[in-house]
Design a protein around this ligand. Structure first.
Ligand code: HEM
Length: 198
C-alpha cells in the first residue's frame, strides 16, 4: 500500500470503533439513551480535542498547505459557541495525548483525525434534526459538514505532502491512534464525573 490515507484508515479502524462505543459517543443515534447531558459531554470532548490540535497548529502558522482544509479557527469558534450555549460553566478536559507535531507523521495524523471527525457529521446532524433534538446548538456539526466537502482535496494535498516528506506510515498510524486514545481518555474522565445512562 502506498496511499497513506488507506493505511491510516486501516490502522485506526479499531480505535475508531472503540471510541464510537465509548460514552458519550455511544449515545449518538440512539434516542432512548441520548440526552442533552450526553450531547454536552460529546461537545466538551470534541472541544478539548480541537483546542489541543489548534494550539499545536499555531506553531506552524500556515507552513503546511493541507492545514487550510481544517478551517481551524472556524471549527474552534463553532465548537466553543455550542459549548457555551450548552453549559453555564464549561470545562475542557486536559487533552491527554502527547504528540510532537514537529514530526511530519504527527502533523499529518492530527490533520487526519481532525478532518476525519467530519465524516460522521452529516449523518449525526441529520439524526439530531429528525429525532427531536433540533433545539440543541449545532454550529459544530454544521461547520464540520462544510469540512467534509473538502475531504478529497485534503487527501490529495496530504498525499503529495506525505510523499515529499517521506512520511513513515507506521509512525503516522501510531500518532493517529494516540489521538484516538486521547479522545477516549478525555471522554472517560468526563463520564466518571457524573452518573450517566449508558
Ligand atoms: C458518534 C460518533 C461517531 C460516528 C457515528 C462516526 C461516524 C463515522 C463514519 C460514518 C465514518 C465514515 C466511515 C467510512 O466511510 O468507512 C467515520 C470515519 C472517521 N471518523 Fe468518525 N464517527 C464518530 C466519531 C468520531 C470522532 C469523535 C472522531 C475524531 C475526533 C472521528 C474520526 C474519524 C476518522 C479519522 C474517520 C476516517 C476517515 C477516513 O479515513 O475515511 N470519528 N466516522
Amino acid at each position: 500500500m502506498n496511499n497513506i490515507f488507506v493505511e491510516l484508515k486501516h490502522g485506526t479502524k479499531e480505535a475508531h470503533t472503540v471510541l464510537e462505543a465509548t460514552y458519550p459517543f455511544n449515545t449518538m443515534m440512539k434516542s432512548e439513551i441520548f440526552d442533552r447531558q450526553a450531547y454536552s459531554k460529546n461537545i466538551t470532548v470534541l472541544a478539548s480535542f480541537h483546542h489541543y490540535v489548534y494550539e499545536l497548529l499555531k506553531k506552524f502558522n500556515g507552513c503546511v498547505s493541507f492545514t487550510q482544509y481544517m478551517q481551524a479557527e472556524d471549527v474552534v469558534v463553532a465548537v466553543d459557541s455550542d459549548l457555551h450555549a450548552l453549559l453555564s460553566n464549561p470545562q475542557y478536559c486536559d487533552f491527554p495525548a502527547v504528540i510532537d507535531v514537529q514530526e511530519p507523521e504527527a502533523m499529518l495524523a492530527a490533520a487526519y483525525v481532525w478532518m476525519g471527525s467530519s465524516m460522521g457529521a452529516r449523518i449525526l446532524y441529520r439524526w439530531l434534526n429528525h429525532a427531536g433534538f433540533e433545539s440543541l446548538p449545532m454550529n459544530y456539526y454544521e461547520t464540520m459538514i462544510g469540512l467534509g466537502k473538502q475531504w478529497e482535496l485534503f487527501v490529495r494535498d496530504g498525499q503529495v505532502w506525505a510523499d515529499v516528506h517521506r512520511v513513515n506510515p507506521k509512525k503516522c498510524i501510531t500518532s493517529a491512534n494516540q489521538l484516538f486514545e486521547g479522545l477516549r481518555l478525555c471522554a472517560q474522565s468526563l463520564t466518571h464525573q457524573q452518573r450517566h445512562p449508558a
